[in-house]
Write a protein that binds this ligand. Structure first.
Ligand code: PHE
Length: 359
C-alpha cells in the first residue's frame, strides 16, 4: 500500500475538472501520454481516491465506487477522444510537410481481389444429372465430339442415304471422304464405343450414362441451340425389358424434377431402338394444366429412348439372343430450361452475368 488513506470524502468534482483541463491542454502524443499517467495512472488523484474505499463502511463504499466509476469513464473517454484528435492533427501536419510517400495511400496500388466465378448452369445441371444416375447405379462415361460416319450413323443402323440422317444434319469436317468425319449430332455414338469396349474386354453388362456436347446444323431459337448437350443412358444386360426402361425414366424424373413431375413415353421412331419412344415430362411451367410453353398438352419432350435394336447389337458383335438392353438420350440444356423455367435457351450461351449469377 502506498499512500495512507486521508480522512474525509475525496472531492471527485475537483479531480474531474483538473483532469478535463489537463486533457484539454495536451498538444502532442507525448503530452497525452503524460496526462494519461497523471489523471488515470497509479498515482493519480483518482487512484488515490479509490484506495480510500477500503476504510469506508459498505454503504459509503458502494456509493463512492459508483461515483469513481463514473468519473473514470468520463476521463477515459476524453483521453481517447483527445488522443485520436492529436494523432489526426499530427498526421495532417506530417502530410502537409510531404515527408511521407503519398503513393502508399493511392487506392489503385492495392490489388483488387480477383472475383471468383462459378460453374455455368449447364455444368451444374450435368453434375446434378450425373449424381442422380450414379445414385441409381449407373457409371459415367464420355466419348469424342468428332466422330466418324460409322459411330454417328452407320453402327446406329442409319446407313448412308437413310432419311433419318436429315434429322441429324451436322457439320461435316471432310464431306465426301471415303469415311467422312463430323461433329457428333447426339451422344448415341458413345453407346457404340462402350459396347465395342465391353465386347473387346469381355466386360458386359453395361449400366452407363454419357453426358457431352453435341452439334447440329440448327438455327438457334428459344428451345434449340446448334451446340448443345445431351446425356445418353445405356443398359445392356440379361433379361432387360421395356418396363425397366420406363421405370428407370420415371425414377430419374421424380428424383431430378421433384415428386410432382412425372414421365410418359409416346411411340416414336429411332433407327437404333425398337420399339422406340419419345420421353416427355410434366410441364414444369403449368404443372400439367396446359400452357403456351407446352402447347396446351401439359407435357414437354425431353428426349428419345427405346430397346436396343438387334441391328445395333449385330454392328458391335453382341448376341441379341443372350443380351437385351435399352438406351435413352435427352438434352441437358433442356433439363436446365425446364427445371429453372428459362424462357429462352439462348441465354445459356450469352455470357450475360445478370443471368449466370442467378445459379
Ligand atoms: N440420339 C437420339 C437423339 O438425339 C435420342 C435417343 C437416344 C433415342 C437413345 C433413342 C435412344 O434424338
Amino acid at each position: 500500500m502506498g499512500d495512507a488513506p486521508d480522512s474525509g470524502t475525496p472531492d471527485l468534482d475537483a479531480i474531474k475538472d483538473q483532469a478535463i483541463a489537463a486533457i484539454h491542454d495536451a498538444r502532442t502524443t507525448e503530452d497525452i501520454r503524460q496526462v494519461t499517467a497523471e489523471v488515470s495512472g497509479k498515482k493519480s488523484p483518482l487512484a488515490q481516491a479509490s484506495r480510500r474505499m477500503g476504510a469506508l463502511d459498505p454503504d459509503a463504499r458502494r456509493e463512492l465506487g459508483k461515483q469513481l466509476h463514473d468519473v473514470r469513464s468520463t476521463i477515459e473517454a476524453l483521453l481517447d477522444a483527445r488522443r485520436s484528435e492529436i494523432a489526426a492533427e499530427e498526421l495532417a501536419t506530417e502530410l502537409a510537410g510531404s515527408r511521407i510517400d503519398l503513393s502508399e495511400y493511392i487506392p489503385g496500388s492495392i490489388p483488387a481481389p480477383a472475383e471468383r466465378g462459378h460453374l455455368s448452369l449447364v455444368s451444374l445441371t450435368r453434375d446434378a444429372l450425373e449424381d442422380v444416375f450414379v445414385g441409381m447405379g449407373f457409371e459415367v462415361a464420355e466419348g469424342p465430339e468428332i466422330e466418324s460416319d460409322w459411330y454417328n450413323f452407320g453402327a446406329l443402323n442409319i446407313p448412308p442415304a437413310h432419311p433419318a440422317r436429315s434429322m441429324w444434319d451436322t457439320f461435316y469436317l471432310d464431306l465426301g471422304a471415303p469415311e467422312s468425319t463430323m461433329l457428333r449430332t447426339h451422344t448415341s455414338p458413345v453407346q457404340i464405343h462402350l459396347m465395342e469396349d465391353a465386347v473387346a474386354h469381355d466386360t458386359l453388362p453395361i449400366h452407363a450414362v454419357m453426358p457431352g456436347r453435341c452439334y447440329r446444323r440448327d438455327t438457334p431459337d428459344a428451345r434449340h441451340l446448334a451446340v448443345f448437350h445431351q446425356i445418353e443412358g445405356l443398359v445392356v444386360d440379361r433379361g432387360i425389358s421395356f418396363a425397366d426402361l420406363a421405370g428407370t425414366i420415371e425414377v430419374f424424373t421424380t428424383a431430378y424434377f421433384g415428386p410432382d413431375i412425372h414421365s410418359r413415353l409416346r411411340p416414336a421412331y429411332f433407327p437404333f431402338t425398337e420399339p422406340s419412344a419419345e420421353y416427355e415430362v410434366t410441364c414444369t411451367i403449368c404443372h400439367g394444366e396446359g400452357c403456351r410453353t407446352c402447347s396446351q398438352t401439359g407435357w414437354i419432350e425431353l428426349g428419345g429412348c427405346g430397346m436396343l435394336d438387334p441391328a445395333v447389337f449385330a454392328a458391335v458383335g453382341i448376341d441379341p439372343e443372350e443380351w437385351s438392353g435399352f438406351a435413352f438420350g435427352f438434352g441437358i440444356d433442356r433439363c436446365a430450361q425446364m427445371r429453372h423455367q428459362i424462357a429462352d435457351m439462348r441465354a445459356l450461351n450469352e455470357n450475360d452475368l445478370r443471368f449466370l449469377r442467378q445459379f
